[in-house]
Design a protein around this ligand. Structure first.
Ligand SMILES: [Zn+2]
Length: 67
């Protein structure tokens, strides 16, 4: 797994962790069609979400791709 932390820019703004004010995150892609999501009845299954995880405290941002 790639856990190299990088600065992240969203719509032209630097992403800052709201918990610890750190500005480096590692990235992972998550498909929303997990058994857990299906179990909870989400009808937006099969969408990909991008997670940015704070490299210091582990706070997770979720961004759903509009498609
Ligand atoms: Zn943090």
């Amino acid at each position: 797994m790639n856990k190299k932390a990088n600065k992240v820019t969203i719509v032209g703004k630097d992403l800052i962790c709201p918990v610890c004010d750190h500005d480096e995150f590692w990235t992972r892609e998550t498909l929303m069609n997990t058994s857990g999501a299906t179990f909870l009845g989400f009808d937006w299954a099969n969408k990909a979400a991008t997670n940015y995880v704070c490299n210091v405290c582990g706070y997770v941002y979720w961004f759903l791709n509009k498609q």
